[in-house]
Design a binder for this molecule. Structure first.
Ligand SMILES: NC(=O)C1=CN([C@@H]2O[C@H](COP(=O)(O)OP(=O)(O)OC[C@H]3O[C@@H](n4cnc5c(N)ncnc54)[C@H](O)[C@@H]3O)[C@@H](O)[C@H]2O)C=CC1
Ligand SMILES: O=C(O)CCC(=O)C(=O)O
Length: 329
């Protein structure tokens, strides 16, 4: 059993954290031999609620959980952490787009970027879940210049999992038989869920489904609008599935992807696939030894090109607005 690592979850009194903390503390993310000290960061009015979460974590009697640090102080929350799940932010309500949250939430990620810069380990792996996730991750990285840009990522794994589930249902196969679905771009309704490089039992999903109208329209729209569909039904945003996706994302980042497989993550663009540099764009990535690389050489047809350009344009707009909000602080 190795020494405990410190892991922070922000928004620790909220609904995603309520599922996520259990997954992390029982070993789903860092494995069954890695002890952890969980740092739980929320805002001062939520400290009472957080006390209840701390009690419940104790009552789970989890052998890997070596300690819990509840706090409202970012300097304590981010101190010496090796992994950071940045969940805490305002969620979208019915009728809002995720970018409507930008001016309120982006300020949180400026403060947390500065705190990570000052007190976290320099090799900390950061996953931004709070919306608008891609642009929040960019801002966080911008205010943490002493930590490599590669260490800041945004979550599009929930979209990937949704896309995989849609294809598996359409093909009437188990979810584990569908691989390599890609989410390109922003975690927003402009994202492009791409089944054209996906496989079912190693064979082309396009050939297995044999219905391009479905793959270009209904499939894409269902995944793009799934978050809103859950909000309409639950009157609250996705939480259990978001926690599972955060756990999948960080597990793969630490443990690596399997040969021949890739997963989608929002990462700082290097211009791959003709995208603008220096926005956080979701790409297919392969991961080895804790480092991701963008999978190169995949086919991007004219239809896909239009979608990639549209989601990139939205991210450029968000970046401009976010930088203006932070500069005005
Ligand atoms: N990237 C993705 O795929 C997904 C992202 N989300 C986003 O995740 C975020 C959290 O969602 P929920 O847990 O459902 O919301 P929630 O409202 O249940 O919990 C959010 C928590 O964050 C806390 N918080 C607010 N400001 C904070 C700060 N400065 N520092 C620390 N904590 C702070 C709040 O007090 C609250 O406890 C939302 O922005 C939501 O839109 C949700 C689902 C999927
Ligand atoms: O849709 C939202 O704004 C909140 C949750 C979310 O990002 C999602 O379900 O994809």
């Amino acid at each position: 059993m190795s020494e405990p690592i410190r892991v922070v979850v922000t928004g620790a009194a909220g609904q995603i954290a309520y599922s996520l903390l259990y997954m992390i503390a029982k070993g789903d993310v860092f494995g069954p031999n890695q002890k952890l000290i969980l740092h739980l960061l929320d805002i001062p009015p939520m400290m009472g609620v957080l006390e209840g979460v701390v009690m419940e974590l104790a009552d789970c009697a989890l052998p890997l959980l070596a300690g819990v640090v509840p706090t409202a102080d970012p300097a304590v929350g981010f101190k010496d952490v090796s992994a950071a799940f940045l969940v805490g932010a305002m969620p979208r309500k019915q009728g809002m787009e995720r970018k409507d949250l930008l001016s309120a939430n982006v300020k949180i990620f400026k403060v947390q970027g500065e705190a990570l810069n000052n007190v976290a380990k320099k090799d900390v792996k950061v996953l931004v879940v709070g919306n608008p996730a891609n642009t929040n991750a960019l801002i966080c990285s911008h205010y943490a210049p002493s930590i490599p840009k590669e260490n800041f990522t945004a979550m599009t794994r929930l979209d990937q999992n949704r896309a995989q589930a849609q294809l598996a249902a359409r093909l009437s196969v188990g979810i584990d038989r569908v691989r390599n679905v890609i989410i390109w771009g922003n975690h927003s309704s402009t994202q492009y869920p791409d089944a054209k490089n996906a496989t079912v039992d190693g064979k082309s999903v396009v050939e297995a489904i044999a219905n391009n109208d479905y793959l270009n329209a209904e499939f894409v729209e269902t995944v793009q609008k799934r978050g809103a569909a859950v909000i309409n039904a639950r009157k609250m945003s996705s939480a259990m599935s978001a926690a599972k996706a955060a756990s999948d994302h960080m597990r793969d980042w630490f443990a690596g992807t399997k040969d021949g497989e890739f997963v989608s993550m929002g990462v700082v663009s290097d211009g791959s696939y003709g995208t603008p540099k220096d926005i956080v764009f979701s790409f297919p990535v392969q991961i080895k030894d804790g480092k991701w690389t963008i999978k190169q050489g995949l086919a991007v047809d004219d239809f896909a090109r239009g979608k990639l350009d549209a989601t990139a344009a939205e991210l450029l707009e968000e970046k401009e607005e976010a930088m203006a909000v932070c500069a005005a602080e």
